[in-house]
Write a protein that binds this ligand. Structure first.
Ligand SMILES: [Zn+2]
Length: 481
């Protein structure tokens, strides 16, 4: 078992029972001190209980480099500040600067030698596909559907689904993802309930994008109202898969999204063969082109289609690891950027094989360079860091709340420890975050001001148990094949 960074005192039985049911290791409620105490990041002195952390004041003290992503807060395009503090209060960024005063009762976390930046925003994923990690490695998208996703989806039980989603969501959090959008083609209410419960228990900020198999506005509204809306960090989108053959279904999905005031989220032109589906034409015809439309992959668009997407302020998710793995093609990022389209990065579930935003950023750069043989092509390191954080938040329409360490925004941030064999010594830390960084260099993760990872380990999570339960569920699923 992965042990907690500090020995957790025994909690009350009822609390233990609740946490155990969620697959979380129990920890003592945090005793809120009246004076500031300092915790070295690598060796946390206490492991704050999730509920006790709510409303807590945390001062991240003396990070060697803070990339705020807000040029108005720091210097340069990434808003950089050396030797800076970040104050989090009531789940928001209260202040960023040097030598901040620790408020009375604050929990002071020593971040000297570390780097801090906004948490990664994953604009497109399918967490449940953790069940088929490493599968169908010689297939393209259609072969992968047929050989991997379709057979597994039909056999999922609520308990099995919960274990896979929890595994993948925790993997995302430990790699620095603080916001994720999950496009989910899981249909029955009990499965959806299990899915949302697993997401909510991790503490990550999430959007559940529900793909209803038929125009069932009642079920969609019920899921939003009963399952997603009660989760403080949960939000909702309607998912679809735009194609002429299902245009009426696409229209019903768009109408449901409009009715609820949420985004429509569609896969678009991931494969060249999907030109026959004319998805951009369909989305145009049903009136969905606009800032409340998020298109994923968006690889095989014509110049006119990119122009139409840009003219209507449609948002896009770029998934380079998945596109590379499935031989799908390379999104024309320069063209999207030249026309001012807002886009972020997406891990895209099982086809990226694990959550690694550093690999995702590096691949986003590398694919464009390999395609053009031009090392100066967009995106550069600054661009891709922005895409991974504020750019993703802009694409999702939530940049007023997350994506940069701007005072007043929600406190979603990651702390990186560069003192590692794969990262040190300092040459250009911004470049090293993208080209050298790995999930294990993520030392701490805060979402809404709550520590989900500290000292390189997930807080209050028995990872051995999470892995064991996912393994057992996968074994049972295979037995039913
Ligand atoms: Zn996808």
């Amino acid at each position: 078992m992965q042990s907690a960074p500090t020995p957790p005192p025994a909690p009350a039985p009822s609390r233990r029972a609740l946490l155990t049911g969620l697959g979380l290791a129990a920890a003592a409620p945090l005793a809120l001190g009246v004076t500031a105490r300092t915790t070295p990041l690598g060796q946390p002195a206490d492991q704050p209980d999730q509920s006790a952390q709510a409303g807590r004041t945390v001062l991240l003290r003396g990070a060697s480099l803070v990339l705020t992503m807000d040029p108005a807060v720091g210097s340069g395009p990434l808003g950089a500040i050396e030797n800076a503090d970040v104050l989090m209060q009531n789940g928001t960024i209260a202040a960023v600067g040097t030598a901040l005063q620790a408020p009375r009762g604050a929990w002071v976390v020593d971040a000297s030698g570390k780097l801090a930046l906004p948490g990664f925003v994953d604009t497109h994923t399918h967490l449940w596909q953790a069940v088929i990690r490493g599968g169908c490695t010689d297939r393209d998208l259609f072969g992968w559907f047929q050989g991997c996703t379709d057979p597994q989806r039909g056999r999922l039980t609520p308990a099995a689904l919960h274990s896979f989603v929890r595994l993948a969501a925790l993997d995302a959090v430990q790699s620095g993802v603080t916001t994720l959008v999950d496009w989910v083609d899981i249909f029955s209410y009990d499965l959806v309930e299990s899915y949302v419960r697993a997401l909510a228990a991790t503490g990550v900020r999430f959007t559940y994008a529900m793909f209803p198999p038929k125009p069932d506005a009642v079920l969609v509204k019920k899921v939003k109202k009963e399952l997603v809306d009660p989760v403080p960090l949960g939000s909702f989108q309607v998912a679809t898969h735009a194609a002429r053959a299902v245009q009426d279904l696409n229209r019903a999905h768009w109408e449901a999204a409009q009715d609820m005031g949420v985004m429509l989220n569609s896969h678009v032109l991931e494969r060249p063969e999907q030109r026959a589906d004319d998805p951009i034409g369909v989305l145009t015809d049903i009136g969905a082109l606009g800032p409340r439309l998020l298109i994923n992959h968006a690889i095989h668009l014509t110049d006119d289609e990119i122009a139409a997407v840009a003219a209507h302020d449609v948002r896009a998710a770029h998934c380079p690891l998945s596109n590379m793995r499935l031989a799908s093609g390379i999104m024309r990022l320069s063209e999207f950027r030249r026309r001012g389209v807002k886009f972020g990065l997406g891990l895209d579930g099982g086809t990226n094989d694990s959550s690694d935003f550093h690999a995702l950023m590096k691949t986003a750069i590398g694919l464009q360079r390999a395609r053009t043989t031009d090392a100066g092509v967009f995106p550069q390191v600054d661009d891709v860091l922005r895409m991974a954080t504020l750019g993703g938040a802009e694409a999702l329409g939530i940049a007023d709340r997350v994506g940069s360490l701007t005072p007043g925004k929600r406190a979603d941030l990651v702390v990186i420890d560069p003192a590692a064999l794969n990262f040190a010594p300092r040459f250009d830390w911004v470049g090293q975050i993208v080209f050298n960084g790995r999930p294990e260099n993520i030392d701490a993760v805060f979402v809404d001001g709550r520590a989900l990872k500290l000292g390189g380990r997930l807080v209050e999570v028995d990872t051995d148990r999470v892995v064991r339960e996912a393994e057992a569920a996968a074994t049972r699923l295979r037995a039913t094949a």
